[in-house]
Design a protein around this ligand. Structure first.
Ligand code: LHQ
Length: 266
């Protein structure tokens, strides 16, 4: 048997599953986890697989090394001799946004470092964001003459208001974690060394939660589009569904028996 001298390339996406929590780590640290079509395809496939089963009950998306995600890999794009951007967005990038929004499981962005361009958008599409104190957020698109994509123009104004979204997107200035918290871009900021543990604790808490968390996500996603009447109808339908779950039965029983509920996500 001859030894193969060529080491296997490092996987560009690391995946772990523990206690119902799927952690997806973008793993191209040398370029601050810049994305390529192949990398985002892997993320999308992993999310779709999680969505189709009951094993995964919460997801964390984070980055290896000092960056979260620096957006489109500009070197790879140049090496490819330019891009058919429309096709790349449609076939490889926007599916990840739909996957996050359409899955019932909550998705947490654990922003460990810079989130730039499409990396910022990826974090915005998640349900919750927890950031390391040293993380930064940059709408880098304008710096290279592009418009924000991956649904950044959908989520950011809804999250922080149109004027602040215009400021960030038209100027492209870097926002530190403290201001991101102030603006409402992130839910929590924690010391750098505590990010992984804090994100895991949060995800485990969600993973232990009732089935209604997924139904709540559906209601919140629907609320982006609906008027009051339509949203009241969504709540009627989803609340009816919630009352048919084992977790509702358990939740009420636990309350009446003055004990802590044990939910199964069913
Ligand atoms: C990178 C990148 C990167 C390659 C850092 N690519 N190497 C567009 C087109 C098509 C389809 C889909 O979507 C999009 C949307 C987009 O995402 S457009 C926006 C693309 N992203 C950017 O324009 C951000 C570019 N990067 C930066 O501005 C800076 O690197 C940030 C602000 C993220 C971080 O700055 P620093 O902390 O000072 O790090 P650095 O610049 O020194 O980067 C470290 C290394 O990573 C460096 O490589 P080197 O070999 O010199 O050590 C960078 O070249 C590389 N890198 N981002 N997107």
């Amino acid at each position: 048997m001859t030894a193969d001298a060529t080491p296997a390339p490092a996987p560009q996406l690391l995946k772990t599953l523990e206690d119902g929590v799927l952690t997806l780590t973008l793993n191209r640290p040398e370029v601050l986890n810049a994305i390529t079509p192949a990398l985002l395809d892997e993320v999308t496939d992993s999310l779709r697989e999680a969505a189709s089963g009951t094993t995964v009950r919460a997801v964390i998306v984070t980055g290896a090394g000092r960056g979260f995600c620096s957006g489109q890999d500009l070197r790879a794009a140049e090496a490819d001799g330019g891009l058919d951007v429309g096709a790349i967005l449609r076939d490889h990038y926007t599916p990840v946004i739909r996957a996050i929004r359409s899955m019932d499981q909550p998705v947490i962005a654990a922003v460990n470092g810079v989130a730039a361009g499409a990396g910022f958008s990826l974090a915005l599409a998640c349900d919750l964001r927890i950031a390391a104190a040293s993380a930064t957020f940059v709408q880098a698109f304008v710096r290279i003459g592009l418009i924000p994509d991956l649904a950044g123009t959908y989520f950011l104004p809804r999250l922080i208001g149109p004027a602040r979204a215009a400021e960030l997107m038209m100027l492209g200035d870097s926002v530190d974690a403290a201001r991101a918290l102030d603006l409402g871009i992130v839910n929590w900021v924690v010391p750098d060394t505590e990010l992984a543990a804090a994100a895991t604790e949060l995800a485990r808490r969600l993973a232990r939660g009732p089935r209604s968390i997924g139904l709540t996500k559906r209601a919140l996603v629907a609320s982006h589009e609906n008027d009051l009447e339509a949203q009241l109808a969504v709540e009627e339908r989803l609340q009816t569904e919630a009352t048919t779950t084992n977790d509702f039965v358990e939740g009420v029983s636990a309350f009446l028996e003055k004990r802590r509920a044990t939910f199964t996500g069913s």
